[in-house]
Design a protein around this ligand. Structure first.
Ligand code: SAM
Length: 212
């Protein structure tokens, strides 16, 4: 997903009004920042932002924050906002490892992970966004009644994610290994860029919805 060498992407991001530039200062104050008391939903590893942009457009009464590590990718999400501005969507460029520095205890109502990088080597398992280490971070920032939704076409990553749940103290409400064949679960499904790409070549899409 990394788009290399997009000249000036850091500069564009540095000046963008859609990006929260000092996100640690927003910790505990996200509702103030949006200027309302609405729920706060976040997507971690949003890529070019297709999913969260569509979701935010559909749900003007929910505040959304899209988190992306790389400037060159975030740039695409910013360009989308320039075409269709949404008051309830903001972006952060950061590594999600530091997520607890940016959101206060129980400040977030819902978390989305979509097509997270698989990090296939065992020694990199802790970097996987649905790992027990990351679930521990999400546990702190997510409201007690909040939930997390994860989609991927990567079966080994999904199997790993499901195995991590009991160890981390999470429970699955929904697990499917073929989302697109499940009429009920497909109601309101918003396709991510990777979901469009991989489902179009016949890969089944796995999804879980989990809570503690
Ligand atoms: N969610 C999008 C989709 O489904 O089309 C993009 C999927 S892409 C495979 C994964 C994205 O997650 C990349 O843009 C990557 O830079 C971002 N990412 C990976 N690890 C991250 C981390 N620790 N913090 C923030 N973003 C991360």
């Amino acid at each position: 997903m990394r788009l290399r060498n997009i000249t000036g992407s850091r500069e564009v991001i540095g000046e963008s009004i859609y990006v929260v530039h000092e996100p640690e200062e927003a910790k505990g104050k996200w509702r103030e920042l949006f200027g309302n008391g609405n729920e706060l939903h976040i997507e971690i590893g949003m890529g070019k932002g297709q999913f969260i942009h569509a979701l935010a457009a559909q749900n003007p009464d929910i505040n959304y924050v899209g988190i992306e590590k790389y400037s060159s990718v975030l740039l695409r999400a910013i360009q989308k906002m320039e075409q269709e501005e949404l008051p309830n969507l903001k972006f952060i460029r950061m590594d999600a490892e530091d997520i607890e520095k940016v959101f206060d205890t129980h400040e977030v109502d819902k978390i989305y992970l979509n097509f997270s990088d698989p990090w296939p080597k065992d020694r990199h398992a802790k970097r996987r966004l649905p790992s027990k280490e990351f679930l521990g971070r999400y546990d702190k920032i997510l409201k007690p009644q909040g939930n997390l939704e994860f989609k991927t076409d990567n079966r080994p990553l999904f199997d790993f994610a499901v195995e991590q749940l009991p160890e981390a103290g999470w429970v699955a409400d929904v697990i499917t290994y073929d989302l697109h064949s499940d009429e009920k679960l497909m109601v309101g499904n918003i396709m991510t860029e990777y979901e469009e790409k991989f489902s179009s070549i016949g890969n089944p899409i796995c999804k879980y919805i989990i809570h503690r």
